[in-house]
Design a protein around this ligand. Structure first.
Ligand code: BGC
Length: 757
C-alpha cells in the first residue's frame, strides 16, 4: 500500500476519525477531503451487483443498475468446485471495477441449520468445511481484482425470524465446530477485506458488541486484519462496539453515534487508540481499492450472461433419472409450469439483482428448434390451480412422448426477512405433478428453489433436475442439461430430508423471538441423519451424471501421523461411461477411537475433476490433525484423540466407495482435575491416573482376598464392574473403602500424577 495510513490517522481530528467510523449515506464511506481521503462505495452482493445509483435500501426494492445475475450460493455450492467459485469472484470483481464499487457484500457463510431459513438461498451449505472452502475461493477471486469482500453474517444468523434481536443460544463446541468454522476457513484462507457482523445476539450479547467474537476469536485467534462492518442497522451500543472490535457502522445514525464516540473519548471512557485502530482498519480497504482502480474495465453484459449460463450448467444437480434424460431429438415434449416460460432464478431481499437478460427454457427450446409445446398448468406466484389448466396439462402430457414440469418455490414462499412456513412446494404444484405422472411415465421435474423441499412424488417421476435459483442463465442451462448438450455434475451441499419434521432443529428452530436454542448441538444436516440412521430423500453430496464413475486404488502416503503432521490421500477416478463428465470426489473422516459424541463421518476434502470417456485421473487430497479433531471447551482448543480413523472416499455422504484406515498419535493431554466427584472410570481412562488407580484397586482387592472383580456369572461381573467404574471417590468413603482423610490423600496423589503428565 502506497498510502501511509498511520500517518494519515495521526493528522485527523477526533471528530474526523469518529465521523469516518460510520457511513456517508446508505452505501458510501465518508471522505476527508482535507487529507485526500476518498469516499468509496459498497454494494450487495453476493451473486451480482445491486448498485443503487440513487437512494438506497437494504430490502432490494429500490432501483439498481442492470447487472448480471449469477447463480445464487445455493446453486454454486452444488458445484463442489473451488475453481468455479474463484472464477465467479473474479468476474464479480471485474464488474465492480467497471462500476466503481470498492466492496461487494458477500459471501454469506452461515450454516443452513434448517430448510426453513428464508435466506438459505444465499448461504452455502449445512457443512462447515464445504461452506468455508467455497467462501474462501469466492473471496480470493473477488479480491484478485482489488475489490473487498464482506464475509457475512458473523455469526449464528441462521434464521430470519426476529433476526435483529434474537439470541442464538449455542454451546461452545457447537459454535466452533459448526457455526464458526466456515468463517474461520474463509478468514484464514480468503483474507477478506471486511467481515460483516450479524444483527443477532450470541448467548445474550449482540454480535456487534461481542468482544469474544470480534476480537478474541476473529482477530486474535484467526488473525483477521481487515475491518468489521456492521450489518445495515446492526450497531448497538456504539462505544461498546468499538471496544469490542467493531469498526464501521453502516449506514449511519445521522452523526449521533459519531458524537457519542467523541464524547466517550473526551470523558475518558473510550481509549482514543481504539478509535484510531477502527479508522486504520477502514482506510485499509478504502485505499486497497482506490490505489488499484482499473477504470477501463469493460462491462460486457452479454459476455457475462454466457458465463452465468456456463456456471449454472455446472451447478445443477441431477437427483433422479431412470434414463428418460437426456431427452432425445425427435421426441415430442411438453413443458408444463410457469417457470418454463419465466423461471424463478433469484431470491428476494438485499441480494436482488436487476438482471440484464433472463433466459427461459421454453424460449431456448424454440431457438434450438426442439419439438416442444407449452402448457402453463400452474402460476409462478401463489398456490391457485384452475381445473381447466390441470386438465390441459394432463391431456398434453398424455399426447407427448415426455413431459417436463418446471416446478419450484414462488417468491412469496422464501425470502430474506421471513422464514418459510413449511417445506412443501405449493400444493397446486404437487397436485399437478401427481396428475401428470399418473398419465405420462416419462415425466421429469425441474426444480427452481433456494433450499430443500419435500418431494412426496419423487418415486413416481422419471427424473428430477435441481436447478436451484440458477441466475439469469438458468433457462439455457436447463435446456442444455435436459437435451444432453451438457452433462449434470452438481452435488447437493445440503440434505433433502423426507419431511421437515425429520430435521434436527425442528423442535427449536425459530425460538420465541428472544432466544433460539441450538439444542441439536453439532448434529446438523448429515451429521444428524447419519447418526440416527434415518432415511433421507437425497443425502448430502448426492448428484447423478449421464456417465458413470468408478473409484480405485485408494492409498495414503503413510499409515500413521501425529500432532502437526499431514497425510496425503490419493485415489484414482475413471469415467467408465460414454459421455465426458465431471465428478466431485468427496473425502470423509470417521473417528474409530471410541471417543463418545462424534459424528459418524465428516467431510474433510473434495475435488471436482473433468474426465473424458475412458479417462482415469488421480485425485490427491490432504488431511491434517485438524481434520480429525473435535473442539474441546475445557482445553480451549481442537483435539484429535489418538487411535484409529477411517478415511472414506465417496460419491455422496451415503455412497462411500472406498475406505482405508490410518492411526493418529498425540502428545496432547486434556485438562484433568481430580475432585471427590471424579469416578473410577474417568481415572482409569486417563493415562496419567490409570497406573495410580490401577495399583490402588489391585491392592484393595488383594486385601479382601480377591484377585479380580469376577464372581459367579458374567452379568454379575459386568454389573459390578460398571458400578465400580461409575463410582465417584466420595462414595468410597460411604462404602468404607477409604476414610475421608484417605480420600483426600489419594486425590492429592492423583492430581500430582496429572501434573507430572
Ligand atoms: C442484509 C445484508 C446486506 C445489507 C445491505 C442487510 O439487511 O442482512 O446481507 O448486505 O442489508 O443491503
Amino acid at each position: 500500500m502506497k498510502t501511509d495510513i498511520k500517518k494519515l490517522v495521526s493528522e485527523m481530528t477526533l471528530e474526523e476519525k469518529a465521523g469516518l467510523c460510520s457511513g456517508l449515506d446508505f452505501w458510501h464511506t465518508k471522505p476527508v477531503e482535507r487529507l485526500g481521503i476518498p469516499a468509496v462505495m459498497m454494494s450487495d452482493g453476493p451473486h451480482g451487483l445491486r448498485k443503487q445509483e440513487v437512494g438506497g435500501d437494504h430490502l432490494g426494492m429500490g432501483e439498481s443498475i442492470k447487472a448480471t445475475c449469477f447463480p445464487a450460493a445455493c446453486a454454486t455450492a452444488s458445484s463442489f468446485d473451488e475453481e468455479l467459485l474463484t472464477r465467479l469472484g473474479d468476474a464479480l470483481g471485474r464488474q465492480c471495477q467497471a462500476k466503481d464499487l470498492a466492496v461487494l457484500l458477500g459471501p454469506g457463510a452461515n450454516i443452513k441449520r434448517s430448510p426453513l431459513c428464508g435466506r438459505n438461498f444465499e448461504y452455502i451449505s449445512e457443512d462447515p468445511y464445504l461452506a468455508g472452502k467455497l467462501a474462501a475461493a469466492w473471496i480470493r477471486g473477488l479480491q484478485s481484482r482489488h475489490v473487498g469482500a464482506s464475509l457475512k453474517h458473523f455469526a449464528c444468523n441462521n434464521q430470519e425470524f426476529s433476526r435483529m434481536g434474537c439470541s442464538s443460544e449455542v454451546d461452545e463446541r457447537t459454535l466452533r465446530e459448526i457455526y464458526l468454522t466456515p468463517f474461520e476457513i474463509a478468514v484464514k484462507e480468503g483474507k477478506p477485506a471486511t467481515v460483516m457482523c450479524a444483527y443477532n445476539k450470541i448467548n445474550g450479547t449482540f454480535c456487534s458488541e461481542n468482544k469474544w467474537l470480534l476480537s478474541d476469536i476473529l482477530r486474535n485467534q484467526w488473525g483477521f486484519e481487515g475491518a468489521v462492518v456492521t450489518d445495515w442497522g446492526a450497531a448497538a451500543d456504539r462505544v461498546r462496539g468499538i471496544q469490542a472490535g467493531e469498526d464501521l457502522e453502516m449506514p449511519d445514525s445521522g452523526g449521533e453515534n459519531d458524537a457519542l464516540i467523541v464524547k466517550a473519548v473526551r470523558e475518558g471512557k473510550l481509549d482514543e487508540k481504539l478509535v484510531d485502530r477502527a479508522v486504520e482498519n477502514i482506510l485499509k480497504f478504502v485505499f486497497a481499492y482506490t490505489e488499484n482502480r482499473t477504470s477501463d474495465e469493460p462491462y460486457d453484459l452479454e459476455k457475462y450472461h454466457a458465463l452465468a449460463v456456463e456456471m449454472e450448467t455446472e451447478c445443477a444437480v441431477l437427483l433422479e433419472n431412470n434414463g428418460v434424460l437426456p431427452l432425445k431429438s425427435g421426441q415430442r415434449v411438453v413443458y408444463i409450469g410457469a417457470y418454463a416460460q419465466a423461471p424463478r432464478y433469484q431470491g428476494s431481499g438485499s441480494s436482488r439483482v436487476n438482471a440484464a437478460r433472463v433466459s427461459s427454457a421454453l424460449e431456448t427450446a424454440g431457438k434450438k428448434g426442439r419439438d416442444v409445446t407449452y402448457v402453463q398448468g400452474f402460476p409462478g406466484e401463489g398456490d391457485e390451480l384452475s381445473e381447466e389448466e390441470l386438465q390441459r396439462a394432463v391431456d398434453a402430457a398424455k399426447d407427448a412422448d415426455a413431459a417436463v414440469i418446471f416446478a419450484g418455490l414462488p417468491d412469496s414462499f422464501e425470502s430474506e426477512g421471513f422464514d418459510r412456513e413449511h417445506m412443501r412446494l405449493p400444493d397446486c404444484q404437487n397436485r399437478l405433478i401427481e396428475a401428470v405422472t399418473a398419465v405420462q411415465p416419462n415425466t421429469a421435474v425441474v426444480l427452481h428453489n433456494g433450499a430443500s423441499v419435500e418431494c412426496p412424488w419423487a418415486d413416481k417421476t422419471a427424473a428430477i433436475l435441481e436447478m436451484y435459483l440458477g441466475g439469469e442463465g438458468v433457462g439455457e442451462a436447463a435446456d442444455a442439461l435436459l437435451w444432453g448438450e451438457a452433462n449434470p455434475s452438481g452435488h447437493l451441499a445440503e440434505t433433502f430430508p423426507m419431511k421437515l419434521e425429520d430435521n434436527p432443529s425442528y423442535l427449536n428452530f425459530g425460538g420465541d423471538g428472544k432466544k433460539v436454542r441450538y439444542a441439536e448441538g453439532i448434529y446438523v444436516g448429515y451429521r444428524y441423519y447419519d447418526k440416527k440412521k434415518m432415511p433421507v430423500r437425497w443425502a448430502f453430496g448426492h448428484g447423478l451424471s449421464y456417465t458413470e464413475f468408478t473409484y480405485s486404488n485408494l492409498r495414503t502416503d503413510r499409515e500413521s501421523f501425529g500432532d502437526g503432521g499431514r497425510l496425503t490421500v490419493s485415489v484414482d477416478v475413471t469415467n467408465v461411461g460414454a459421455m465426458a463428465g465431471r465428478e466431485a470426489v468427496q473425502l470423509y473422516v470417521s473417528d474409530l477411537t471410541g471417543t463418545p459424541n462424534r459424528p459418524v463421518k465428516e467431510l474433510k476434502g473434495f475435488k471436482k475433476v473433468h474426465l473424458e470417456p475412458g479417462e482415469t485421473k488421480t485425485v490427491t487430497l490432504e488431511l491434517d490433525d485438524r481434520s480429525l479433531s473435535y473442539y474441546d471447551p475445557d482445553l480451549h482448543d481442537w483435539y484429535a484423540p489418538g487411535g484409529e480413523y477411517a478415511v472414506l472416499i465417496g460419491h455422496a455422504s451415503n455412497d462411500i466407495r472406498l475406505e482405508t484406515r490410518v492411526r493418529f498419535t498425540t502428545r496432547k493431554l486434556l485438562p484433568f482435575t481430580v475432585t471427590s466427584a471424579t469416578t473410577v472410570g474417568e481415572l482409569l481412562a486417563d493415562p496419567r491416573t490409570k497406573p495410580v488407580v490401577g495399583a490402588f484397586l489391585a491392592e484393595r482387592l488383594a486385601r479382601r482376598g480377591h484377585t479380580d472383580l469376577g464372581t459367579s456369572s458374567g452379568a454379575d461381573e459386568k454389573s459390578r464392574n460398571d458400578m465400580m467404574y461409575a463410582m465417584p471417590l466420595k462414595s468410597m468413603v460411604s462404602f468404607h473403602v477409604l476414610t475421608h482423610d484417605g480420600m483426600v490423600e489419594f486425590m492429592g496423589r492423583l492430581n500430582e500424577a496429572v501434573q507430572k503428565g
